[in-house]
Design a protein around this ligand. Structure first.
Ligand code: TPP
Length: 358
């Protein structure tokens, strides 16, 4: 039997390879070599530090707002690393990790949150759509792109990243239905980080799991430990293989936790207890990878310090480059909405210019 039958969502089991103590589930093999694992660990450290830096920049008034991914690194690295240049990703707004893995420069990501339109532009040949602030709308775009590719005979895969909250949107269900009927090569990657701002997962949906929603749409669904790099990698690999060989879409539910605030405008102490954070702390995706690598003789505090120092230098450079740009013009807000500005947008732009000059 294949992975999707073995771990059918109605069995109520979460797929896991690497346990929180850094040892493997019995009978399981790591899907990555030591060298590959170390490489991805390094990426995850970089992403965590780049994420923390963004939070600091915002607190210092050097960035408008920011949606931290702290805790969700394994979900994003373990999946995006498997994509090829021709594939496409459709991010929500908490995808620093996945977008960096696809080749978006850190400077560009920072520029987005600093308010520059330039921050929404992927370099030529990097197939990453701009941040989707409207919750849950982009799975439709991922399905449409996948369907177009299927018609053209391009063997690509599209991945939509979204949260548990997005699964309550009509758009999500339309996208799932269409993907099921037309068997599009799409991966719906739901990062179930337990909250949609202050709304906890248990009142987001009455379904036992998010993964099981796939059944209604005639596609495979799987719940995976989203803090386990190996499990995320293995599941996504299978879903990609299936999609490329004409087997259609998959819904992956990565069970994870958002350690930080929803965005820098949020105060999570208003809706969650310290005990809950304490419960999740030992499940941190970086901790178990460090324990695993230590067991393989590849990790020590000194090694971590070395890769941290290297990462901080690279992050410093991205910050310096982003901050070297002149302050953006207010008109930019209106300029890139449509290829030609509509009369109401023109009117709004003139109004804003008038207010700024008065
Ligand atoms: C259509 C729409 N409705 C409401 C909002 C306000 N909003 C921003 S993020 C968010 C919660 C999203 O939760 P989830 O999909 O679980 O993703 P997460 O933020 O946890 O990554 C809401 C309601 C929005 N941006 N778009």
């Amino acid at each position: 039997m294949g992975m999707f039958e073995d771990d059918h969502p109605l069995k109520g089991e979460m797929f896991q390879i690497l346990k929180p103590d850094g040892t493997l589930q019995s009978g399981m093999k790591p899907p990555l070599s030591d060298q590959e694992t170390f490489h991805l660990y390094q990426k995850m450290v970089f992403i965590r530090l780049a994420d923390q830096r963004a939070l600091m920049l915002q607190r210092q008034g050097r960035m408008g707002t920011y949606a931290p991914i702290w805790g969700q690194e394994a979900c994003q690295v373990g999946s995006a690393v498997l994509l090829q240049r021709e594939d496409w990703i459709f991010p929500a707004f908490r995808e620093l990790g996945a977008t960096l893995m696809m080749g978006i420069p850190l400077k560009t990501i920072y520029l987005y949150w600093m308010g520059y339109e330039e921050g929404s532009r992927a370099p030529q040949g990097i197939n990453v759509l701009p941040v989707s602030i409207p919750v849950g709308t982009h799975p439709l775009h991922a399905v449409g792109t996948a369907w177009a590719a299927k018609i053209r005979g391009d063997q690509i895969v599209t991945v939509a990243y979204f949260g548990d909250g997005a699964t309550s949107k009509g758009d999500f269900h339309e996208a799932m239905n269409f993907a099921g009927v037309f068997r599009t090569p799409t991966i719906f990657f739901c990062q179930n980080n337990q909250f949609a701002i202050s709304v906890p997962r248990k009142i987001q949906t009455a379904s036992k799991t998010i993964a099981q929603k796939a059944i209604a749409y005639g596609m495979d669904g799987i719940q995976v430990d989203g803090n386990d790099l190996f499990a995320v990698y293995a599941v996504t690999k299978e879903a990609i293989h299936k999609a490329r060989s004409g087997g259609g879409a998959t819904l992956i539910e990565g069970v994870t936790y958002r350690f930080g605030p929803h965005t820098t405008a949020d105060d999570p102490t208003k809706y969650r207890k310290e005990e809950e954070i304490e419960f999740w702390k030992p499940l941190d995706p970086l901790i178990r990878l460090e324990l695993y690598l230590q067991g393989r003789g590849l990790w020590s505090e000194e090694i971590k310090k070395r890769i941290t120092d290297e990462a901080q230098k690279e992050i410093d450079q991205a910050v310096n480059e982003a901050e070297a740009l002149p302050i953006p013009e207010a008109e930019e807000i209106f300029k890139y909405v449509f290829s030609e500005m509509t009369p109401p947008l023109k009117e709004q732009m003139e109004y804003l210019k008038g207010t700024l000059s008065s």
